[in-house]
Write a protein that binds this ligand. Structure first.
Ligand code: MG
Length: 372
C-alpha cells in the first residue's frame, strides 16, 4: 500500500515518446530495467569508487556501490510506503554520469571545462546519457525514461536554480523532488560512509583503534558487539559493528523522515513538492554522527598520502588527454567529430572522456603519450 505522499504510477507525467504498456512490468520497473541494460550502467563496473583495482578485487567499484545504494534505498522506500520501483530505478541510475577515476577524475574534468567557461556536473551528464547517448531503440534516442526518473536524476542531490538552468525548466526546479528522489542522496551517503570504513580498514589504511577513537557511533556499537561476542576475531567484530552503524543510519532516516512528514502535515505528493525544504533527513543527533564519520574519512582516507599518487596520476591523465583532443579533434572517433559540428568541441571532448572506464582512458593515454 503506497502512502498518499508517494509517487503513484497513475500520476506519472509519462515518457517523452508514448509507448504501449508492458504486460508484466509497470513503467518504473521498465525504467529500472532500461537502466540495467544500458551500456553506461555496465561501464560502472570498471570505474573507481574510492579504491582502484590495485588494492583488491573485492573492494567497491561504482557498480557494486550502486547496488548497495539500491538495496538501502529499497528498504527505506518500503518502510516509508514510497514507490519502491521508482526509488530502485533512481538508485541504479544515480552514479551513471560519473567519469573514470572517482572524485579525482570528476575534479580534473571540471577544471578542464572551466578553462573553456563551462563545467562538468555528473547529474547533468547522467541526464544527457539517458536522453541522448544511449542508443538502443529504433523509435527514439536515449532510453525514453518517465518524467519522474529524469527529474530524480537531476534533483536527487542538488537543487538547480532555474535562472541558471533554463534548459531544465520542465523539471519543476522551484519545487522539491518527490521523497523517492530525496532519499537517494542520503542512502548514497549511508552506503559509502560504511563501505569506505570497510574497504579502508581492509586496505590497512585505517586501523580499528583509529576508527574506534574517531567515530563515536562505531565505538558505541563496537562495545555492544564486544559484550555479545567477546571471543570473535577482530574482523568479525568490525563487521558486526559496521552493520549496526549502517542499520542505525537507515533506521534514523526512516523514523526522522516519518516524523517530518507527520509534523509538516504532508498528505500528498503535491505537499512534498511544495514544502520549502527536503523532508528526507537524519535527526540532528544522527546528522552529527554522520558528519563525524565523514570528516574522519576525508582526513584519513580520501586525502591520505597513500591515495595521493594515484589521484595525481588520474588528474594528469584526464587533463592531458582533454588538452590533446582539443588540439587534435581529428583524432576523436568519427561520431564525436560529427557531434562537434553541432556543439562546442570542449563539451564533446568532455562527454567522450566522461564515458570512459578507468582502463579505457589509461589505454588511450598510452596510445597518445606512451607509458605513464
Ligand atoms: Mg553514489
Amino acid at each position: 500500500m503506497l502512502a498518499a505522499y508517494a509517487v503513484h504510477l497513475e500520476q506519472s507525467r509519462g515518457r517523452r515518446f508514448p509507448e504501449p504498456a508492458h504486460p508484466y512490468r509497470n513503467d518504473f520497473q521498465r525504467d529500472r530495467d532500461r537502466v540495467i541494460h544500458a551500456r553506461a550502467f555496465r561501464r560502472l563496473e570498471a570505474k573507481t569508487q574510492v579504491f582502484t583495482r590495485r588494492y583488491s578485487d573485492h573492494f567497491r567499484n561504482r557498480l557494486t556501490h550502486t547496488l548497495e545504494v539500491s538495496q538501502i534505498s529499497r528498504t527505506i522506500a518500503g518502510a516509508l510506503r514510497l514507490n519502491v520501483d521508482l526509488a530502485e530505478a533512481l538508485a541504479l541510475v544515480h552514479d551513471i554520469g560519473h567519469p573514470p577515476f572517482g572524485h579525482a577524475g570528476e575534479k580534473a574534468l571540471d577544471t578542464a571545462m572551466r578553462a573553456h567557461g563551462l563545467c562538468f556536473d555528473h547529474n547533468l551528464h547522467a541526464l544527457r546519457i539517458v536522453e541522448d547517448f544511449e542508443q538502443r531503440y529504433a523509435a527514439f534516442r536515449g532510453l525514453n525514461l518517465t518524467f519522474e526518473v529524469r527529474e530524480g536524476i537531476i534533483k536527487h542531490s542538488h537543487d538547480y536554480a532555474s535562472e541558471q538552468h533554463p534548459e531544465l525548466a520542465e523539471y519543476l526546479l522551484d519545487q522539491r523532488p518527490p521523497l523517492e528522489a530525496q532519499l537517494i542522496d542520503l542512502a548514497d551517503e549511508i552506503a559509502y560512509n560504511a563501505a569506505d570504513l570497510d574497504d579502508g580498514y581492509e586496505a590497512h589504511l585505517l586501523s580499528l583503534e583509529e576508527i574506534r577513537e574517531r567515530v563515536p557511533i562505531f565505538e558505541k556499537f563496537f562495545l555492544e558487539v564486544e559484550g555479545i561476542y567477546p571471543d570473535a576475531p577482530a574482523k568479525l567484530k568490525f563487521n558486526e559493528s559496521l552493520k549496526r552503524v549502517l542499520n542505525y543510519f537507515v533506521d534514523d532516516l526512516i523514523r526522522n523522515t516519518r516524523q517530518r512528514i507527520a509534523g509538516g502535515n504532508i498528505g500528498t505528493l503535491d505537499d512534498v513538492r511544495r514544502c520549502l525544504e527536503r523532508l528526507a533527513a537524519f535527526s540532528p543527533a544522527a546528522e552529527r554522527e554522520r558528519k563525524r564519520n565523514k570528516d574522519f574519512l576525508y582526513e584519513t582516507l580520501y586525502f591520505s598520502p597513500s591515495l595521493a599518487d594515484e589521484k595525481d596520476a588520474a588528474e594528469r591523465v584526464v587533463g592531458e588527454l582533454f588538452a590533446f583532443w582539443m588540439d587534435h579533434p581529428e583524432s576523436l572517433p568519427h561520431n564525436y567529430q560529427d557531434k562537434a559540428k553541432a556543439e562546442s568541441l570542449s563539451r564533446v571532448v568532455c562527454d567522450y572522456i566522461a564515458g570512459m572506464t578507468d582502463h579505457f582512458i589509461l589505454e588511450q593515454y598510452e596510445n597518445h603519450f606512451g607509458e605513464r
